[in-house]
Design a protein around this ligand. Structure first.
Ligand code: G4P
Length: 535
């Protein structure tokens, strides 16, 4: 596969949904239209009933997608990078970090259910960064909510203006296809047909014999009424408002039957923004540092790691760090500067990913996502440059709410446990804290399933079996001090509640909200943060 190198900017987007809304199915179909898989069904394995992007055994068993993945393909003269996100709420940190690496988002909605809890949360994240969103109302081959109701639901819950680009004609067994609002045509839904040779009817006259013959009088009348309402009540698509995250183009269809997928992909590839500027600290790892924006057209290369994924290929037990290129050109076998370690390194086999395959790439441009083989040197949030000492901001950890410690079943395995926990925390699977008053290590998670992944992987990859015991904390807060004297004093006074994160930053471990309130009142000069990426 070669990604096009031309004047068209990269299109880097993520797909989000509540579990079961059809994200995996849509991903598979997008890849099919992107010609990365030869036939739909190759991503979603028939025997395993899981997508190839769901690598881990646990995911198969549970039928949920834990890990994000990256899939690249050329489409419409652009290099497209599709980033998968885990739908399950326990992995929302991972999803958040993936969203920091994209410029737009495709939101899948189950049309029988409307906006569900997890989509609502993910949308809130998109709103923070004003990420442009394309909406796909899925499963119209089943009974669905009324399209106006669905639109109202998205607008109210997600606080975004919807603009229908297509409109469904019927739903469930009566689903006849979609009306294209701009071209005034009906694309007929004929289950099982090749989606690229869909029948298109001229529907500029909804009373024409051809239209009535296909959709019947009842649906034609309903469509006519609906279109009048749309014209009266809904705005037209305005690209600037889409790019500002104020307006979302809405498509209706059924991913399972390929219907509506191509229009959605056309929309993203035509209007999806290219790489945006990204903020960096001019003094790395200094919360008080001055900031600047790195522009994608700057000559000097820069990029950051937003995800580390282990076991992508079970046979090789490998670990891949995903880097988003932000400026300049990345070149294979050319020195790049790893800001956190201060070392210059050469990447011999930078990878780009398709559905199941990976390929070595010689160069990568702003917006590209490349995979770097990782032997444990990289961490989430690491910045790479041409030599410049800067650090990308905005790749946070969130304050965990559940804590556990590992009690080893076999004390001889202490070393393996340490290694395993260190690596898993660097990958962002779980957060690892060390207490101030003892060498004890504590695991912190946002969702309880994270511990299951840790347990499973410690056993499977490091041969470590353990008991997981609850811990009396309910949260942590990252701290910002005015100076070192204040810092030392605070740590001394609150030593029993001080823990250090994996970057050795001191945090206040919260035993109760009451506790936290009290310590904040007593230390008004110290700032407390719920995410690790504060300024
Ligand atoms: P997710 O990744 O968002 O969790 O959802 P996924 O694509 O796995 O879809 C969840 C279920 O919904 C799957 O059924 C899938 O086939 C079905 N589905 C997705 N899109 C459509 C659609 O447009 N119409 C209909 N009718 N169903 C759709 P499943 O029974 O859980 O799995 P499977 O046995 O079909 O693979």
């Amino acid at each position: 596969m070669t990604l096009p190198v031309n004047e068209n900017p990269r299109c880097t987007f993520a797909i989000i949904s509540h579990p079961d809304a059809g994200k995996t199915t849509m991903t598979e179909k997008l890849l099919w239209f992107g010609r990365v898989v030869r036939e739909a069904g190759m991503v979603k394995s028939k025997q395993g009933n899981y997508a190839k992007s769901d690598w881990m055994e646990m995911e198969k068993e549970r039928g949920i997608s834990i890990t994000s993945s990256v899939m690249s393909f050329p489409y419409n003269q652009r290099a497209m990078h599709l980033l998968d996100t885990p739908g399950h709420k326990d992995f929302s940190e991972d999803t958040y970090r993936t969203l920091t690496a994209v410029e737009s988002v495709l939101m899948m909605i189950d049309s029988a259910k409307g906006v569900e809890e997890q989509t609502k949360k993910l949308m809130e994240v998109c709103r923070i960064r004003d990420t442009p969103i394309v909406t796909f109302m899925n499963k119209f081959d089943r009974d669905a909510m009324d399209p106006f109701e669905l639109i109202d639901n998205v607008e109210k819950i997600c606080s975004i203006q919807c603009v229908p680009m297509t409109w469904p004609v019927g739903s469930g067994v009566d689903f006849k296809g979609v009306y294209d609002i701009k071209t005034k045509t009906i694309r007929s839904f004929d289950e099982g047909n090749d989606p690229e040779s869909e029948k298109v009817l001229d529907a500029s006259d909804l009373h024409s014999a051809e239209v009535l013959d296909y959709i019947g009088t009842e649906l034609a009348e309903k469509l006519e009424e609906d279109l009048e309402m749309i014209q009266e009540m809904m705005p037209e698509f305005i690209e600037e408002e889409f790019l500002a995250g104020i307006m979302t183009p809405v498509f209706f269809g059924t991913a399972l039957h390929n219907f509506g997928v191509k229009e959605t992909l056309d929309m993203i590839s035509t209007h999806g923004p290219g790489p945006a500027p990204r903020e960096v600290r001019l003094s790395p790892f200094d919360e008080n540092s001055d900031l600047r924006e790195v522009l994608p057209n700057e000559k000097k290369f820069s990029g950051f790691i937003f995800k580390i994924q282990a076991n992508m290929d079970k046979k090789h037990r490998d670990r891949v760090a995903f880097m988003r290129v932000c400026s300049g050109v990345f070149e294979r076998n050319t020195k790049i500067h790893h800001v956190r370690t201060g070392k210059d390194i050469k990447i011999a086999s930078p990878l780009i990913f398709q559905a199941q395959d990976r390929e070595i790439t010689e160069k990568a441009y702003p917006g590209d996502i490349i995979g770097l083989h990782d032997t444990g040197k990289f961490q989430i949030g690491d910045t790479f440059t041409n030599g410049e000492k800067i650090e990308f901001t905005g790749i946070p950890s969130f304050a965990p709410e559940i804590f556990r410690k590992v009690l080893l079943k076999d004390p001889m395995k202490a070393k393996q446990l340490d290694k395993g926990l260190q690596q898993l925390s660097e990958e962002g699977t779980v957060q690892l804290f060390r207490r101030h008053t003892s060498p004890e290590k504590i695991l912190g998670a946002v969702g309880v399933l994270q511990f299951e992944v840790v347990k499973h992987r410690l056993e499977d990859e490091y041969g470590v079996r353990g008991e997981y015991e609850g811990y009396g904390f309910v949260g942590v807060r990252w701290l910002k001090f005015k100076n070192d004297i204040q810092k030392d004093k605070f740590i001394e006074k609150n030593s029993i509640n001080i823990v250090y994160d994996n970057k050795a930053r001191p945090c206040f471990a919260v035993r109760s909200e009451w506790d936290l309130k009290l310590v904040m009142e007593k230390n008004e000069e110290v700032e407390f943060f719920t995410t690790s990426d504060f300024k």
